[in-house]
Design a protein around this ligand. Structure first.
Ligand code: GLV
Ligand code: MG
Length: 319
């Protein structure tokens, strides 16, 4: 479970074909960097991308970030070689493999088995490398519960809007364009909620995918704000300018964080013998009970994971 506490507000996509961008990613304040060998890399450039990624991971400089490599999906001819080359070359310096276009639980099991053999044969701790599963088509969404449970390595369920919209024949909804009279938010709502339900049911992180209009920061904030409001843990960033927006949108606001820590302290005190062993009490103007504590735990966990510091303290009332 400890793996799932990794901060993943901003998940920076970096094409493995670009040593320059792999280098630049080191200095950006993204929680996660994922180095791509899939759709951002042309087929002819994939062999070099594997090599660039191994070199970058081993060279280091990504301290404090979750280090992920996106391999090609199992319907291609590349997956096995992507995984073998990256894990044999840099397994000790890698946190997760991202598997795109996951359609069935078997595809997670296949990756899990391959990772286990690679860990054993390379003297790595078995089970340490996690899996991030991208849900990018109807079949993947229908099978999401089985996918989430297919291996304890699965840490995240990720929405891939571009591939998803293509797979279900949806028209022009990715970059904010929308058919007249239709609210794009409605189109995404079911998919986002389905992914979120599976993530919460099986203790995974729910991650929203890319926003392709990289110059439209307001649009990014709007779309990120939607998945953050639902309960998602983070979103992809395709451009350095999107990093700060993601970190902000997926962190609690300072006053919400302070309030949550306050609820936890107050509830702890009031339910104790010293505080009168009460189950429902007033904190200022607000009635708090066990459910308030649970809501506060969520916000506090996000704030703590983001390194926030509280600015208020709880003082027990004079007896
Ligand atoms: C991401 O991979 C997407 O297809 O949106
Ligand atoms: Mg995709």
């Amino acid at each position: 479970m400890s793996q799932q506490l990794r901060a993943r507000r901003s998940n920076l996509a970096v094409p493995g074909s670009s040593p320059k961008m792999l280098e630049k990613a080191k200095g950006l304040p993204a929680d996660q960097v994922f180095m791509d060998i899939e759709d951002a890399v042309a087929p002819l450039a994939k062999p070099d991308a594997r090599k660039n990624i191994v070199a970058a991971l081993n060279e280091g400089g990504y301290e404090g970030k979750t280090r992920v490599v996106r391999v090609n999906d199992w319907t291609t001819q590349w997956t096995y070689a992507d995984v073998i080359e990256v894990v044999e070359g840099a397994g000790a310096n890698l946190d997760c493999i991202m598997l795109p276009k996951v359609q069935t639980a078997d595809q997670i099991v296949a990756l899990d088995l391959l990772l286990t053999q690679l860990e054993k044969s390379n003297g790595l701790e078995v089970g340490r490398i996690g899996i991030e599963a991208q849900i990018e088509n109807a079949k993947g969404l229908i099978n999401i519960d089985a996918i989430a449970q297919a291996s304890p390595r699965v840490e995240t369920l990720i929405f891939g809007p571009a591939d998803f919209m293509a797979s279900i024949n949806m028209k022009s909804l990715v970059v904010g364009e929308q058919p007249p009279g239709y609210d794009v938010g409605d189109a995404y709502h079911y998919i986002l909620m389905r992914i979120l339900m599976a993530a919460r049911a099986y203790d995974k992180q729910a991650i929203d995918g890319p926003y392709l209009a990289i110059k439209d920061l307001d649009g990014y904030r709007r779309v990120a704000g939607r998945s953050a409001a639902l309960g998602f843990d983070g979103k992809w960033v395709l451009h350095p300018d999107q990093v700060a927006a993601a970190n902000e949108v997926f962190s609690p606001r300072q006053d919400d964080y302070d309030h949550s820590e306050m609820i936890l302290d107050a509830y702890d005190y009031f339910t104790s013998a010293a505080g009168g062993a009460k189950g429902a009490v007033m904190l200022g103007d607000e009635m708090i009970d066990e459910a308030s504590r649970k809501m506060a735990l969520v916000v506090s966990a996000k704030g703590r994971a983001a390194g926030m510091k509280r600015t208020t303290t709880f003082t027990a009332p004079e007896a």
